[in-house]
Design a protein around this ligand. Structure first.
Ligand code: PLP
Length: 382
């Protein structure tokens, strides 16, 4: 069955007891057992809960994986994957990555002896050169946050496979509607379901999707042992979001494309980062490995931070806030918000300049969004 159909039905049949069409919120911590040593399908909601099971099955289906695991947040999902490693293990990570992932690698896993080398994942040769004898994991985002660079997943998966390392892809920006890393050779997909999958800025959640049974067993044991699981209400919210994911992603993309074109021609804008623009250096790769370009745009404003301050203060519709992927348009300043945990010198080295602004293009009418950008850019002394 096709994506739209699976998003609505997979893992979510009508409730077997009542026939409820929408998966019920099983707000219970524990489940009756038929006798000692004779539990039914569920025992205790940290280990498993029917609402969570529905979400996990749906997520696995949408990512073309065999197993899904839901977590309390995206960083909890990331932590679960990083805990597959042990002291002495080495990670190669794309250098343009979510600030919270960088913080986990540097501040927490580093002190347990897991070392990370960062490479520009847009350049497979650089990634290959970063591998050592001890490399067990290649961690990628594509498109990246916030520079919207792409990593060639097929090429990089081959490099990692030859060196017996897992490839994990944080697929939060593209969503499975536009990109399915497991189909391109990745072993592990991670999501912040807080973003497009939930889609309505009303829940924090995360997920890991894999196909390998042993990997799934390890991660599931970790999920139960450490307990960073989402409650049934949160699972239900993400499940409801999934049902309209295809529709929303198409609309996010349509609006983003329109705004990217508008910004590209604006005199106050130094540069626009959007994989859907032919001017994007990896536009061809985007067309190959993604079925759409998503709803995230970054731009460099002429005039650095003072211009950014005027621009963000002038916006009426775009809300200044962290996060992305909701129905409402957001604007964020990565250097001081999402990426503030990366030291300034390191940030600039990675290409995140002082004039960089990130837009999460929502589902408002494109005319209104463009008018808002136009008036806010007009307020600057560019
Ligand atoms: C938000 C985000 C995360 C972290 O997810 P939380 O749900 O906030 O814990 C990880 N990766 C990317 C790309 C994100 O945007």
């Amino acid at each position: 069955m096709r994506f739209e159909t699976r998003a609505i039905h997979d893992g979510q049949p009508p409730d077997p007891v009542t026939g409820a069409v929408m998966t019920p919120v099983y707000q219970t911590s524990t489940f009756q057992q038929d006798g000692i040593g004779r539990p039914r399908a569920f025992e205790y909601s940290r280990s498993g809960n029917p609402t969570r099971a529905a979400l996990e099955a749906a997520l696995a289906s949408l990512e073309s994986g065999r197993h899904g695991l839901a977590f309390a947040s995206g960083v909890a999902a990331t932590t679960a994957v990083l805990n597959l490693l042990g002291p002495g293990d080495h990670v190669v990570a794309g250098e343009d990555l979510y600030g919270g992932t960088y913080r986990l690698l540097e501040k927490y896993f580093g002190r347990w002896g897991v070392k990370t080398t960062y490479a520009n994942a847009a350049d497979p040769a650089q990634v290959a050169a970063a591998f050592t004898e001890r490399t067990r994991l290649l961690w990628l985002e594509t498109p990246t946050n916030p520079l919207l660079r792409l990593a060639d997943l097929q090429a990089l998966a081959e490099i990692a496979r030859a060196r017996k390392a897992w490839v994990a892809v944080d697929n939060t920006f593209a969503s499975p509607y536009f990109q399915r890393p497991l189909e391109l050779g990745a072993d592990i997909v991670v999501h912040s379901t807080t973003k497009y999958l939930g889609g309505h800025s009303d829940v924090i959640g995360g997920a890991v999707i894999v196909s390998d049974d042993a990997l799934h067993q390890d991660l599931k044991t970790y999920q139960n042992a450490t307990g960073a699981v989402p409650g049934p209400w949160d699972c239900w919210l993400v499940l409801r979001g999934l049902k309209t994911l295809a529709l929303r992603m198409r609309a996010h993309e349509q609006n983003a494309l329109r705004l990217a074109r508008f910004l590209q021609g604006h005199p106050a804008v130094e540069r626009v980062y959007y994989p859907g623009l032919p001017a994007h250096p990896q536009h061809e790769l985007a067309k190959q490995q993604m079925s759409g370009f998503g709803g995230m745009i970054s731009l460099d404003l002429k005039g650095g931070f003072p211009a950014v301050e005027k621009f963000t203060a002038g916006l009426q519709l775009f809300i200044l806030a962290e996060s992305l992927g909701g129905v409402e348009s957001l604007v964020c300043y990565p250097p001081k918000m999402t990426h503030s945990s990366i030291p300034p010198a390191e940030r600039r080295r990675r290409g995140i300049g002082d004039g960089l602004v990130r837009l999460s293009v929502g589902l408002e009418h494109a005319d209104d969004l463009e008018a808002d950008l136009r008036q806010a850019l007009g307020t600057g002394s560019f």
